[in-house]
Design a binder for this molecule. Structure first.
Ligand code: AGP
Length: 604
């Protein structure tokens, strides 16, 4: 997944492009480049392997007022200068986010091989646009090429003798655009240009956008004009800045109390859950025989939290599916099934395609999404927006907790509509949910203690996260967080399952993060912890006990504030997030931009 930006206007473009790319770097950061029109109408390109700061170092000052920029997460071809975008072929320079699946076939069919110097699908696209460009009609060239392409794309294209004009077209990969007094903008997401405009529109799929300094034109592939549907941003520029924190991730961990309040409070009316403002009717919840939750990564683990809660309270079958697997299974879904897709970005391709498959079976699809107007939000029958604000760090934290909070609200509403919970119990449940932000605020005060205990993690090669019930589902998220930003192998394990093989991996000093917040399985978990402790594990225990005096149980105990057990997930996960964070920073790693990863996986 990559970050793309374009600007054409009345002021210099280069700094807008470079600054915008820095804001998009979380989408991919292995190489970067810009292309701009020189005064003679020719296109100049600067690109390099490395980050945007390395690109800045090779850019010379210029007065260009129209250009495009790209920050890459390699899909085709290694991280090299030649494979960096923009790619130029003949009269055409372009940048691309997505995957052209049939690029080899196109290169052969249209005899493009001799023109290619990189290993990328993008350069084939540039050569194709140039091949169909007659020197007069860029839009005609675009109309002829687009139907030939298979796969996902968001292109920004410049044609050499069309100075000042940027053309754009997308399919699946995201692209938003805006105009301001400075000029016209286009980007993968609006964080790239929000300081210039909070009013933007989503570029419709297969629509051709022509951007000029003071004019934009949108038309479909048949030449029919399309009116942009403008949206207003509901957060401001500072939300996309660190505001004094050393990293976005630490800021976002600390933003969780406010993010949860912004997400749940508008949906609590007179002490009960209400989705009126989301346009989700009670009928959606009434005739629901079973629930399938589909997502990827952290979003899926938030879905696991939802599953545990929903199945426990509603007593109906709830399944969690990995989106990339769900797409190729034969899901057992009827028109009475509810399918909930979860996605922070709303652009994860596997989750989007899973949603499309689900919609062939039921019209009871609901998405839990953080980015307004994103593809998944627009394509699901109903959408429940979380209000976490922009999540810039690649490792998801506040998105997870607001997604979990959304599941708590949905579960309470479902239970009321299906008479699985009395109104009095629902009011108590909602009051407990309203207290979650305070509980997290309490736990955030333990950050120094958590940072200290991670010192024992820094040299670990393997770690285990164990628990039972909701603590087990939480362990999955804890393991992922640690893996993705500290590069330490971590495995989440059902505590009761360890004895069936994996305990063989426990040796002297192996860190085991154990969770024991659920009383109905507490004693069992403590027994399992003793089993690993007896074999030399270094045990960090998270529980709501005041303190643990028995040295055979753990080496370090984190005492969590006493809260109703069903709500312990929120405070416990913050500790796991901080364990991962301080282990990463303790190892001198970049917690915001871990290697090999990108924020939203819009390619398969
Ligand atoms: C989580 O820390 C990761 N960044 C990743 O697993 C992420 O949750 C997953 O790619 C899903 O992204 P989405 O929520 O935007 O769909």
């Amino acid at each position: 997944m990559c970050g793309i930006i374009g600007f054409t206007g009345n002021i210099k473009a280069q700094d807008i492009l470079l600054t915008g790319l820095e804001k998009l770097e979380y989408r991919g950061y292995d190489s970067a480049g810009i292309a701009y029109f020189k005064e003679n109408g020719k296109i100049s390109i600067r690109k390099t392997a490395g980050k945007v700061k390395d690109l800045r170092a090779i850019c010379d000052d210029n007065d260009a007022t129209c250009g495009i920029g790209h920050t890459r997460w390699a899909t085709h071809g290694g991280v090299t200068n030649a494979n960096a975008h923009p790619h130029k072929s003949g009269n055409v320079a372009l940048i691309h986010n997505g995957i052209i699946e049939n690029y080899h076939e196109l290169a052969t069919t249209y005899d493009l091989e001799d023109r290619l110097i990189s290993e990328t699908d993008t350069e084939v696209a540039a050569a194709l646009f140039d091949k169909f460009y007659d020197g007069e009609n860029p839009i005609e060239a675009i109309k002829e090429v687009i139907p030939l392409l298979k796969g996902s794309f968001a292109f920004c294209i410049m044609f050499e003798n069309r100075p000042g004009v940027i053309y754009a077209v997308r399919n699946v990969s995201p692209m938003v655009a805006a105009t301001s007094k400075e000029g016209s903008f286009i980007a993968s997401d609006l964080t790239a240009f929000i300081e210039y405009s909070k009013r933007y529109f989503i570029v419709p799929e297969y629509a051709i956008l022509t951007l000029e300094a003071n004019k934009i034109d949108l038309q479909d592939l048949n030449g029919n004009t399309i009116e942009p549907e403008f949206l207003e941003v509901d957060w401001d520029m500072t939300a996309a800045q660190k505001e004094g924190y050393p990293t976005f991730m630490l800021k976002e961990i600390n933003e969780q109390p406010a993010a949860i309040n912004r997400t749940i409070m508008p949906r609590i009316k007179d002490g009960l859950p209400s989705f009126e403002e989301d346009g989700i009717p009670d009928s959606f919840f009434a005739d629901c025989n079973d629930i399938t939750i589909v997502a990827c990564g952290t979003a899926m683990y938030a879905g696991m939290v939802g599953k545990t809660l929903m199945q426990d309270i509603l007593g109906i079958p709830v399944t969690v599916a990995i989106a990339s697997e769900f797409r190729y299974e034969r899901p057992v879904i009827t028109d009475k099934s509810v399918v909930i897709v979860v996605s922070q970005s709303g652009e994860t391709i596997d989750t989007l395609e899973a949603l499309r498959l689900a919609k062939t079976k039921t019209n009871k699809t609901l998405s839990i999404v953080n980015v307004k107007g994103s593809s998944i939000a627009r394509e699901s029958n109903y959408v429940l927006y979380t209000h976490a604000g922009p999540e810039i760090a690649v490792a998801s934290t506040k998105a997870y907790t607001v997604q979990a909070a959304a599941f708590y609200l949905l579960t309470c509403k479902l239970a009321l509509v299906q008479n699985a919970m009395s109104e009095a119990d629902a009011r108590t449940f909602i009051r407990n949910l309203e207290n979650v932000s305070d509980n997290i605020a309490e736990v955030l005060k333990l950050s120094d203690k958590v940072e200290q205990l991670t010192k024992r993690m820094l040299n670990a090669s393997h770690t285990f996260f164990i628990g039972r019930g909701s603590d087990y589902t939480l362990s999955m998220e804890g393991a992922l967080k640690l893996k993705e930003i500290s590069y330490i192998h971590a495995e989440a394990y059902a505590a009761g399952e360890l004895k069936h093989g994996t305990i063989a991996l426990i040796s002297e000093g192996v860190p085991v993060i154990a969770l024991a917040t659920q009383s109905h399985v507490y004693n069992k978990v403590i027994s399992n912890i003793r089993e690993v402790k007896a074999r030399g594990a270094y045990v960090i225990l998270l529980s709501m006990d005041e303190k643990i005096t028995d040295a055979t149980i753990c080496d370090t105990h984190i005492s969590l504030p006493k809260v109703p057990e069903q709500f312990a997930v929120f405070e416990a996960v913050v500790i796991l997030q901080m364990i991962a964070y301080f282990t990463s920073t303790g190892k001198g790693l970049n917690a915001d931009q871990p290697r090999n990863l990108a924020k939203s996986v819009t390619v398969e």
